[in-house]
Design a protein. Structure first.
Length: 134
């Protein structure tokens, strides 16, 4: 029966972590969802959590959940701040949304140490430097 279920692949969505005021030394950076699609994302649910090991101790952050009614095509949404000290953890963002009658979802995971000033690239639509996953 599972072969009869189709799971469309999510494309043209970016999760980006961007330093505030373009300064990489800022304590807080911000997480954004960028919709590069030609269709809006509707009933968007975003969960985030950090997990891993820091200085030999297991660390897990609280699971945060955000709901937004719509993210228009070729636009972005600021989701939440993230502290630099959490860059040493894996940071996971799970995004679910509706496309017509179909629910889509995708998991984005920044590996420990992947978010860094050295990894900055210009984020499309946002036009600011950040670290991004597609």
């Amino acid at each position: 029966m599972n072969k009869d279920i189709t799971t469309p692949e999510v494309q043209d969505i970016i999760v980006a972590v961007v330093p505030r005021d373009n300064g990489t030394e800022e304590e807080l950076w911000d997480t954004y969802i960028v919709n590069l699609r030609t269709e809006p994302m509707e009933s968007v649910l975003i969960t985030s959590q950090g997990y891993g090991e820091i200085n030999g101790s297991d660390k897990t952050t609280t699971v945060l959940r955000h709901f937004h009614q719509i993210i228009m095509p070729n636009s972005f949404l600021k989701v939440e701040p993230i502290q630099r000290e959490l860059f040493d953890l894996k940071n996971e963002y799970w995004i679910s949304f509706n496309e017509g009658e179909v629910m889509l979802d995708k998991r984005y995971v920044f590996q420990a140490g992947e978010i860094s000033p050295q990894a900055l690239k210009v984020v499309p639509v946002l036009d600011r430097p950040g670290v991004m996953l597609r």
